[in-house]
Design a protein around this ligand. Structure first.
Ligand code: PLP
Ligand code: SF4
Length: 445
């Protein structure tokens, strides 16, 4: 058994390796850590971070607060507040004020609450026809926190924007009423933070014959990167594997959607062992990651990561563009550059690795892939397409936006050829008027 030890603002001074940090780097942890969520653990600290390369090490940057993650003015405000005689409440108020300026719930996330028999399912999101997202209330935290994460409002105690649902029965009822749903995706936070007892209660409930439409259960997790012992030496790891086997035996597909941001996360004996054990249950493992400045913004890193994943029998699935939230000024990469990293990596790996799709933005109307940059009748354009759409009919239709070297997100793009709107905009507006009382359609970030 490997003992899990987490480090937060309260006890990070116990991390021996931090003694080599400069006073400035330590101060940054304190200041930024009061605004963005900060949690890491002994596995990450001892196995993934190269302490000779601080603060630039990618995994250090992934889990430790750095000064540049806050805008200068926000940093100064918080630094002064901490240095003053302000009490905890006072610091918290300022932290919340800053957080509200960091766009805590992008892409209309807070507004997709489905209902069954007039009861709202706060822990369910059903945006794309085939797939319902399920946020089990006990799975809304993680083994460590990623500094870029858009889920961060869930971790910093702003409860009013936290998705949670206790009752799996409601989800079952919903799935019976919505036979179009073939996939349930457990997400969080990290559902693998849950004890096996709780997770398997949820999973077993979904294996009911009545839910014959449910073909695939997916579990999104970062545990392979942050705590592979979840599948090996934790005291309920074996029981977890048996639960996975039960899902497979029911005739369903079980897909672990694993988040890996850097090849170093695939390099330890512990992660290799965890992968083998998961695969031995019959479950598949697909991988995804955003492309992030300071962490994985080069084609070499991506081709190395995809190649290594396939060597370990994982299936590369998505490359995402980082959302306009949190420390986006630090992590964000223009769409044109993201596409260049994608294609330069994609070109160097074999077809087996090219199951990956991207770069993709998870926007209000849907998942939009940047297919590339092209020139049509003298106009330089982005060629885009929906990988997922609020209307399934939008999917796989190429469309065009004016090329913009600096654009980071769909809402900064203008239709090409001087058209007034993108093809989906009118319908998106209709969808919002039907489903919601307010007009959010302008906001197709
Ligand atoms: C990505 C995503 C899904 C799953 O989409 P797939 O293309 O089937 O992987 C489902 N719901 C939401 C809201 C998503 O963002
Ligand atoms: S593990 Fe996932 S949900 Fe948790 S902080 Fe990282 S990106 Fe966010």
């Amino acid at each position: 058994m490997n003992e899990y030890k987490s480090y937060t603002l309260r006890n990070y001074n116990e991390i021996n390796q931090l003694k080599s940090l400069t006073a400035g780097d330590r101060n940054a942890i304190e200041v930024v850590g009061n605004v963005l969520p900060f949690k890491t653990n002994n596995y990450v600290v001892e196995n993934l971070i190269d302490w000779g390369n601080i603060p630039d090490d990618p995994i250090y940057t992934l889990t430790f607060p750095r000064k540049e993650m806050l805008l200068d003015n926000h940093f100064k405000l918080m630094e002064e507040k901490i240095g003053s005689t302000a009490d905890k409440e006072n610091i918290k108020t300022l932290a919340n004020q800053i957080r509200m300026q960091l766009n805590p719930h992008p892409a209309g996330q807070a507004h997709n609450v489905p209902s069954v028999d007039g009861i709202e399912l706060n822990g369910v999101q059903h945006k794309y026809r085939e797939t319902a997202l399920f946020f089990p209330s006990q799975g809304q935290t993680c083994h460590a926190y990623c500094t870029f994460c858009f889920r961060w409002p869930q971790f910093v105690g702003m409860n009013e924007i936290k998705f949670a649902m206790k009752e799996i029965e409601l989800l079952k009822r919903y799935l019976i009423r919505h036979r179009e749903v073939t996939d349930v995706l457990f997400t969080g936070g990290d559902p693998m933070i849950m004890k096996t007892k709780i997770l398997s209660t949820y999973l077993h409930a979904l294996l009911d014959d009545e839910l014959y439409n449910l073909k695939t259960i997916r579990i999104g997790t970062k545990a392979l990167g942050y705590w592979p012992y979840r599948f090996t030496t934790d005291n309920d790891a074996d029981e977890l594997l048996r639960t996975m086997e039960t899902v497979i035996k029911s005739g369903r597909n079980l897909s672990i959607m694993a988040h890996f941001n850097h090849p170093v996360e695939l390099s330890t004996p512990a992660v290799e062992e965890a992968i083998k054990r998961i695969r031995s249950t019959g479950a598949q493992i697909r991988t995804q990651s955003p492309i992030l400045r300071h962490i994985n913004d080069s084609p070499e890193i991506w081709s190395q990561m995809w190649r290594k994943q396939v060597d370990l029998n994982l299936i590369p699935y998505y490359m995402f563009v980082v959302r306009d939230t949190g420390a986006q000024h630090f992590f964000g990469i223009p769409l044109a550059e993201a596409w260049n990293v994608f294609r330069n990596a994609y070109q160097t790996v074999s077809g087996i690795c090219r199951t990956v799709r991207g770069p993709s933005m998870s926007t209000n109307p849907g998942k939009v892939q940047v297919l590339g940059v092209s020139e049509i009748r003298g106009e330089k354009v982005f060629v885009l397409r929906f990988l997922q759409g609020r209307d399934p009919d939008w999917v796989a239709r190429p469309f065009f936006a004016k090329y913009d070297e600096k654009a980071i997100w769909l809402d900064e793009l203008k239709p090409a050829f001087n058209e007034a709107k993108f093809f989906f905009e009118d319908e998106l507006e209709e969808i919002f008027h039907e489903r919601y009382d307010f007009d959010e359609s302008e906001n197709f970030e």
